[in-house]
Write a protein that binds this ligand. Structure first.
Ligand code: HEM
Length: 482
């Protein structure tokens, strides 16, 4: 979809011209009097401008524009009327797109009017327009200074063919254009209407495509491929997600596009030339979509690499780095452990409670283990106590240290000795945030033991300001992942 200038003999269109020099301006559809002046000025026969019709800035005198600051788009004055046109007859040039813009029959006669008269006429029109009450301020909203709406012009579709531009207007495309404009306007409020429109248009497109001249077998293959390959040409984000990750609306737009495309291809005729043109266009479309697919694949690869790094850190089973020999004595602790039955919580000052817990103990090739212990409410599954940190082993010795941070605001170091597959630790230092809840923990003692049946057992005792060392937790886990 290309925004092109509607003036006779003007080929300016978006992308072709330097946007800092040429801007495009919508016809003042909502202002009947001014629109009439514009229509008279462009002198096009059997043509009615719609909200997707534009004139380029070339057709306006410099004083038609509002004062523009460097970082702003060019904006027309409320009473601006185009006056600069080239009405010479160029219809004999069959290759030109401009021949489709038919000049009024009497335009050549009008040209005979003396220049003085012309100038007077424009001045008169301007005066009339300036008296209008321009209630609505026209704004440029697109980066190329398009007025009164999104820059998705759908009335005319320009496609390059053998170096020239061709214009076609498949009926369904204006509908698709409206869908596109959702990305620019408040999508929510139009959702309802759009859904019923989707249904109607889809049915219409289906019946039309059945009636259209059928493409040849090989073309059909290409169309099929093209449709399958469509990755994400229109990033319209809808509320309902498809299993592929695209929104349903998005998938529908794709399918409508291919209906239009198929119809349009069929309209190219069944002759040799028609076949050649269709084949060429299909190839071009397939190439473009392939390129889009490659781009998306590249992005996905980048994303995978990024998340792999994170999951290497977080998910133990992804860490394929060799175990550092220093932590070999603690290999039995490695893995993701889940309690087989709820753990028991006790303390002289509290009601006994039950909880579940998952432990992740993993390494990334370094001479230490990383861990995360996550406890949950046994019934509601709400997250409760959490700890994370590192386990270090003194090289060549059986001394082990835990460096722990708890979500309660407690930070502690526990040290102990390894005895086979049992580890007993005592807190060496306990500190906490200034606003930690009371009673404050004074001492912690912890034991990990790998039982003969392969389960891991943890027992935690603690002493608070008012209570001596007493049992707080007991739980056993089964290994869920290495
Ligand atoms: C080393 C780790 C832990 C320490 C140092 C610790 C410390 C404490 C302390 C100081 C209390 C307050 C006792 C009192 O009011 O006299 C407490 C209570 C409690 N802890 Fe722990 N805790 C630990 C791990 C856990 C875990 C893993 C859970 C599992 C969910 C847990 C659940 C509870 C519950 C439910 C209470 C009772 C809360 C209340 O009644 O207000 N704790 N803990």
């Amino acid at each position: 979809m290309v925004i092109s200038c509607a003036a006779v003999n003007c080929t300016n269109r978006q992308g072709k011209v330097d946007k800092s020099i040429i801007s495009f301006h919508r016809f003042p559809i909502k202002n009947a009097r001014r629109l009439e002046l514009w229509k008279q000025a462009v002198r096009r026969e059997r043509w009615t401008p719609n909200k997707y019709s534009f004139l380029c800035s070339k057709h306006f005198t410099p004083d038609s524009f509002q004062e523009r600051y460097e970082d702003q788009h060019r904006q027309l004055k409320g009473n601006a009327v185009p006056s600069i046109f080239d009405f010479t007859d160029k219809t004999r040039n069959s290759n030109s797109m401009v021949r489709r813009k038919v000049l009024c029959k009497d335009s050549l006669e009008q040209d005979a009017v003396s220049e003085e008269q012309g100038v007077a006429r424009v001045a008169k029109k301007r005066k009339a327009a300036s008296q209008e009450d321009v209630t609505k301020k026209e704004r440029d909203i697109s980066p190329i200074a398009v007025e009164e709406g999104p820059q998705h012009a759908v009335g005319e579709w320009a496609m390059g063919g053998s170096g020239e531009a061709e214009v076609f207007t498949p009926s369904s495309c204006s509908f698709i254009g409206t869908l596109h404009s959702y990305s620019y306007t408040s999508r929510q409020e139009r959702d309802q209407t759009a859904r019923s429109k989707h249904k109607k248009m889809r049915k219409k497109a289906e019946s039309e495509s059945k009636n259209a001249a059928a493409p040849t077998a090989s073309e059909h293959d290409l169309i099929k491929n093209v449709t399958i390959l469509v990755p994400d040409p229109h990033p319209v984000v809808g509320p309902v997600k498809h299993s592929s990750g695209s929104s349903c609306r998005h998938v529908l737009i794709d399918s409508l596009h291919s209906y239009c495309f198929t119809d349009w291809l069929a309209s190219k005729g069944q002759g040799r030339h028609g076949r050649l043109v269709r084949r060429q266009l299909l190839r071009r479309r397939a190439r473009r979509l392939q390129a889009q697919l490659q781009l998306r694949k590249g992005k996905e690869l980048m994303e995978r690499k990024r998340t792999q790094w994170v999951s290497n850190m977080l998910a133990p089973h992804r860490a394929d780095a060799p175990l550092n020999p220093v932590i070999k004595p603690l290999e039995w602790m490695l893995g993701t452990w889940e309690c087989d039955e709820p753990g028991e919580g006790t303390f002289p000052t509290i009601q006994p409670f039950r909880y579940t817990e998952t432990l992740h103990i993993f390494h990334v090739g370094q001479p230490m283990l990383n861990f995360m212990f996550n406890a949950f409410h046994s019934e509601t599954k709400k997250p409760l106590h959490r700890e994370c940190g590192f386990i270090r082993v003194e090289p060549g010795k059986d001394n082990v240290a835990f460096i722990i941070a708890q979500n309660t605001g407690l930070v502690e170091i526990e040290e102990g000795k390894l005895s086979g597959q049992e580890l007993t630790l005592q807190s060496q230092s306990v500190s906490r945030i200034s606003f930690a809840k009371e009673p404050h923990v004074q001492q912690i003692s912890r034991t990990f033991r790998l039982k003969e049946d392969g389960r891991l057992e943890q027992t935690v005792c603690m002493a608070t300001e008012g209570q001596p060392l007493s049992k707080h937790l007991h739980i056993t886990y089964r290994k869920r992942a290495p």
